[in-house]
Design a protein around this ligand. Structure first.
Ligand code: NAD
Length: 296
């Protein structure tokens, strides 16, 4: 194996510790904790696990965690009125509505109702627009975590060829915007892209955010390229529980790449760490207290 393993878990722990330090300063200045409200609608088991781990991480960082669990048959009106209440609640700095939502609820309507200044997930169209325009706003946690890992490994990303596989609003598109802001030459590939292996082979940086187990193969990768694997896929391991794999065939790609994130332990832990960071930023903004973001 030649690639360096990019330790997202370790980086995320360090980031969470830095956030926890700054939370203490905030509490001393503002006289209250930063607050994150997480809303879960329905019983989706994976969403339940994410919401529990977000709540635990929020408290471990010294922030207040408000979890709202609503039944699967909740109407859109009821959910929107909860979001409006949270928008108006001065103890709540960040609001996250766990996706996916049950089919009777329009996700876009919910995201558009969250106050953009409390939108710590960065999914509101105002924040997407701010990112695309190079303005200050909230950036989706997973792609921001990927850029942090890339800069930590590579330093200046300027001029590098980057291929992002996937064009979702949550990962692919904001990832491409962030890499563009770092002056990479960015290509976004998707399900209609022709000859994906040839395209990926040109890249110094490959970000795979597709949701297809082990799709990216070693012969797609330019030797020495940096590979960020966002995919989280549960595959049959013959034990009834399954095992997690990414969108990249890890063992074979690691023989060619210069650096690669593992699954699990790569991008995944960064998502929650960046969520805490975004909540800390929101709290400072809402309280009118300056924050040196380069220090976190
Ligand atoms: P999505 O389903 O919304 O988007 C997938 C994208 O992949 C689409 O844009 C589609 O065009 C593209 N695609 C599909 N098949 C393709 C193909 N054969 N070739 C090229 N492109 C193809 O998914 P998403 O929400 O962006 O998530 C992607 C993956 O990342 C999933 O596995 C998800 O579980 C994972 N994820 C991980 C984290 C994390 O914290 N690590 C966070 C969000 C998503």
């Amino acid at each position: 194996m030649s690639a360096a393993i990019i330790d997202g878990k370790g980086f995320a722990e360090t980031l969470r510790a830095r956030v926890a330090d700054k939370v203490q300063d905030f509490v001393a200045d503002a006289g209250r904790q930063p607050g994150l409200a997480v809303v879960l609608v329905g019983e989706d088991p994976a969403s339940g696990v994410y919401v529990r781990s977000k709540g635990r991480a929020t408290e471990a960082a010294g922030m207040a965690s408000f979890t709202h669990r609503l039944p699967a048959d909740t109407s859109q009106d009821i959910l929107l009125s909860l979001v409006r209440r949270l928008n108006a609640d001065p103890m709540v700095d960040g609001i996250l509505v766990q996706l996916p939502l049950p089919q009777q609820i329009d996700e876009n309507a919910v995201i558009a109702t969250i106050d953009p200044n409390k939108d710590v997930d960065g999914f509101h169209p105002v924040n997407a627009g701010r990112l695309a325009s190079g303005l200050d706003g909230f950036v989706p946690c997973t792609p921001l975590g990927c850029v942090m890992l890339l800069k930590d490994r590579l330093g200046d990303l300027s001029g590098k060829d980057a291929v992002v596989i996937g064009r979702s609003n949550i990962v692919g598109k904001p990832m491409a915007q962030l890499l563009l802001a770092e002056s990479c030459t960015v290509t976004i590939a998707h399900s209609r892209t022709r000859d994906l292996p040839a395209l990926v082979r040109r890249a110094d940086i490959v970000v795979a955010a597709v949701g297809r187990p082990e799709m990216v193969k070693a012969d797609w990768i330019k030797p020495g390229a940096t590979v960020i694997d966002v995919g989280i896929n549960r595959v049959d391991a013959g034990d009834g529980k399954g095992r997690l794999v990414g969108d990249v065939t890890f063992d074979e790609v690691a023989r060619v790449a210069g650096g690669i994130t593992p699954v699990p332990g790569g991008v995944g832990p960064m998502t929650i760490a960046v969520l805490l960071r975004n909540t800390l930023v929101a709290a400072h903004r809402n309280a009118g207290i300056p924050l040196d973001r380069d220090a976190i």
